[in-house]
Ligand binder design. Sequence first.
Ligand code: AMP
Ligand code: ZN
Length: 464
Amino acid sequence: MLKVYNTLGKEKQEFVPLQPKKIGMYVCGPTVYGPSHIGHARTYIAFDIIRRYLEFSGFEVKYVVNLTDIHDDMIKRAKEQGITIFELADKNIALFFKDLDALGIKKADVYPRVTEHIKEIVEFVSDLEKKGLAYETDDGVYFDISKFKDYGKLSGIKIKEQKTGTRVETDKYEKDKAQDFALWKKPKAEDEPSWDSHWGKGRPGWHIECSVMNSKHLGEQLDIHGGAVDLIFPHHENEIAQSEARSVKKPFVKYWLHSGFLNVEGQKMSKSLGNFIEIPDLLKKHDARAFRFFVAGLHYKSRIDFSEKTMEKVDRTLEKWDLFIERLLDFKGGTENPDVKKLVDSTREEVVTAMNDDFMLPNAWAALQKMQTAVNKQIDSGEFGEGNAKQVLDLLKELDQFLKVFKFEKETQEISKELQDLIKQREKFRAEKNWSESDRIRDELAKQGILIDDTPSGTKWKKA
Ligand code: AMP
Ligand code: ZN
């Protein structure tokens, strides 16, 4: 039985979708005014693992991630670059998709763009206005939060303590201040991108897009709505207000899942600190698989602290897994050990139990790590056969359907016959414990660009 922590209700709850076996899942997507950063990468990897695990568990998931292509920041950045918001969006969306691919993130079923849903947004806001929950002013149309009695139920922020009737029209909000928010914004400048409506020219506010796009693509009720913790208030609180005020179907979202933030060296990423790491820059330094492995090692709600030092550790652990898998792929002959099947089955069970407990990845990895250690011992002591190697590999392949971190093909690197002979010669010296000769050959190989690594599972080499 799968349990998930629901921000609405603040407890772990049994996961029962609205329709048996079918899940509608929506995660707030990026504002595409620049390349995505490693905070986005964390959130989208975390939800990718959740989505893939739900599919692995036999659910059919329809996954929707929106692209915010109209926003104060979009307008500002397009102006700075002398291009339209559409050109800016196209450029950054292409980059975003490339990054997702590199990080092993499965494409969503739909990536709706705000500017392609203006008609639906106007209709939605009109419905709210007709119901008396929205009002027009000189600069736009606002949602009246005092009219929605459940306001605050997700975040716990109470409007009673706030001055109601105060409005916020920008896309930036104070984190703890409940205010009427803009659903439709009238242009402040002539050249501001705008669309026609019965309130005159304008453009949507930020929150309305998600209510409109998730109801359009997933229906008026969703099973899962996700995003990082920063979105609980006001964005998701406002989404609930808009959607539940309009529809009779409640709750709008059955399970709210929020992922933890990624910080860099203990600090929040920000332009002023200059510690923003965009995904293309991360990938210049690190293997995308290593970053995914880093995120996949932690619970989705935990706060991640990214640092070069941590990545070094992650690289080493991943390398151990790579060597372990290579060792299994290379394994020939041996004597079959019936205990391995038992170990594989109990490991699978532990991983599934961990994942069913609100996707508790650290516990899943503890079980996998334990299996790696046990199998290495069995191989070293000669209690292992080729069939056993296949059993372990099959389990890892099965779990990699949602982890997507392992590498099952060996890299074939060509080196000259002369270098191959030198490596063999060195192995012979090592077997004879002739360390001075084996070190001499190691240095010689290094000069020729071949790095040697003596691991518990034998000597490995790679090109420098
Ligand atoms: P944004 O582009 O800021 O609108 O964010 C798009 C998605 O990424 C949202 O789900 C955010 O909550 C999430 N996000 C933004 N910054 C971070 C971060 N530093 N760590 C984790 N998730 C983030
Ligand atoms: Zn959203």
